[in-house]
Write a protein that binds this ligand. Structure first.
Ligand SMILES: Cc1cc2nc3c(=O)[nH]c(=O)nc-3n(C[C@H](O)[C@H](O)[C@H](O)COP(=O)(O)OP(=O)(O)OC[C@H]3O[C@@H](n4cnc5c(N)ncnc54)[C@H](O)[C@@H]3O)c2cc1C
Length: 434
């Protein structure tokens, strides 16, 4: 007997995919399968806090298995290997343990609709040495690695200072003056200030030397010039050395070479310069890709090559009618695209055409740790674009993550989770140093 239920496979349980799985699974005529290479979900915009030791990631992680059982979809751990559009199947790679032994063989899953939501990676622009020497903030393991290296460096420098080398410093270069680079810089300054009270008694304010390097003429291109000036002043006051209009030409073991400012020494280099598709994307399918290896979609978010396949979030390249640039790779875009695809699949199931996606830019906010939050809100409610800062900006900034929690856990569980997380954070030590 033919299966009358609609089989929907979602690849990637991130900002876009996880909430979508919950939403689609509410319809009992759907069989939803979420595939992710990891067992747990962690919301990316919090990674800079994990990297700086300001947040214990275990408090905010969501296990896919438990989430799937609660909301009635299937979870399969695996990494996408191939999309067969003719057979309407996807195949995953064998799942290996840390020793390279097979845990699960390759798996083939049938779909009626496929949603690609597997994000992207940092764009290295082909710069030599980036993959060999730089650190990244693309997932939790990398944020953990950064934090461990950071702590080791701080302990080393504290010890050197104790032995009389009073000018010893931890030198860090952050490449990319977007939200990730800016927020991480402020978070690291905040953590460095707290280290003294965690037993690193020689780690004075000048022990951390932070270089924030941006190839463009200014930081944060999405923000108004006035707000950017505020952010730049705040970072400079904190002691961050800003290098705008400075292109990194090579990353070396002990620092970065630049076209404009010469060699900048650094024992840690973090690369956070834009988003592109994963390197293996071209080998996954014959779907049309942009020059950054993202899936090119119609304004409905369906692939231009195949209407049964949607692409959302950072892996999608969607230029809406009347726009010059694609929808930006941001958490708010990912959420809106997920909501749209849930509606589009329902429309297609009832024989209607998929509606066009409308992106609503709600503004951009940047948090400078506990020092400041600035940004702008957009929309009819605030009468166009409204620059905000201080407590209001902080609340608006936090609301983005709260919306994600509500989308992932539903209104009741989501609210409980927000309250629990608030108290857990309040009673935990300020820094996670392990
Ligand atoms: C440090 C940092 C700070 C940020 N701050 C902000 C912010 O303040 N505001 C904002 O709007 N945006 C911010 N962003 C951007 C935002 O996080 C992304 O735009 C958003 O997470 C994209 O959602 P996504 O679902 O497309 O991808 P992701 O959230 O990256 O999820 C992708 C998922 O796919 C899985 N996956 C990847 N490849 C495969 C594969 N081959 N097979 C199976 N599964 C796979 C991954 O494990 C992951 O779970 C920030 C990003 C970073 C890194």
């Amino acid at each position: 007997m033919p299966n009358s239920k609609t089989r929907i496979v979602i690849i990637g349980g991130g900002a876009a995919g996880l909430g979508l799985a919950r939403k689609l699974a509410r319809n009992k005529d759907h069989i939803v399968t979420l595939v992710d290479r990891n067992r747990t979900h962690f919301w990316k915009p919090l990674l800079h806090e994990v990297a700086a030791g300001a947040l214990d990631p275990n408090l905010e992680e969501v296990g896919y298995g438990g989430h799937a059982a609660r909301w009635g979809y299937r979870f399969y751990q695996g990494e996408l290997d191939r999309i067969d559009r003719t057979a309407q199947t996807i195949t995953t790679r064998p799942l290996l343990d840390d020793e390279g032994e097979v845990i699960l063989d390759a798996q083939t899953l049938d779909y009626d609709y496929l949603v690609l939501a597997f994000g992207g990676v940092s764009n290295d622009f082909g710069t030599p040495g980036v993959r060999e020497h730089a650190l990244f903030l693309e997932h939790r393991a990398q944020a953990d690695e950064f934090r461990k290296k950071l702590l080791n460096e701080c302990l080393r420098v504290n010890d050197r200072r104790q032995r009389g080398e009073t000018d010893a410093t931890v030198d860090i270069a952050i490449v990319g003056g977007g939200a990730t680079g800016v927020e991480l810089s402020a978070e690291l300054e905040q953590s460095a200030r707290a280290l003294r009270s965690y037993g690193l008694t020689n780690f004075d304010a000048d022990a951390l030397r932070l270089h924030l390097i941006e190839a463009g003429p200014r930081l944060l291109p999405a923000l108004d010039e006035k707000l950017v000036q505020k952010v730049s002043d705040e970072l400079t006051d904190l002691g961050v050395q800003l290098h705008t209009g400075t292109r990194v030409t090579e990353v070396l073991k002990d620092g970065v070479d630049t076209a404009d400012d010469g060699f900048i020494p650094a024992s840690m280099v973090l690369w956070a310069a834009g988003v592109r598709g994963e390197p293996d994307v071209p080998s996954l399918s014959d779907l049309e890709l942009s020059n950054l290896d993202k899936f090119v979609t119609e304004p409905t978010l369906q692939s231009v090559t195949d209407p049964k396949i949607f692409a959302i979030g950072d892996c999608a390249h969607c230029v809406l009618p009347g726009e010059q640039r694609p929808v930006p790779p941001r958490a708010q875009s990912a959420h809106q695209m997920a909501d749209h695809v849930a509606r589009a699949i329902t429309a297609l199931e009832s024989g209607k055409p998929a509606p066009q996606f409308e992106y609503k830019d709600h503004g951009s906010l940047v948090s400078l740790s506990h020092f400041a939050t600035v940004g702008s809100l957009m929309g009819n409610l605030v009468g166009g674009r409204l620059a905000i800062e201080g407590r209001v900006a902080r609340l608006a900034y936090q609301s983005l993550y709260r919306m994600h929690i509500l989308q992932v856990h539903g209104p009741f569980r989501g609210t409980v989770q927000i309250i629990t997380s608030f108290f857990s954070r309040a009673f935990k030590p300020r820094l996670k140093l392990h």
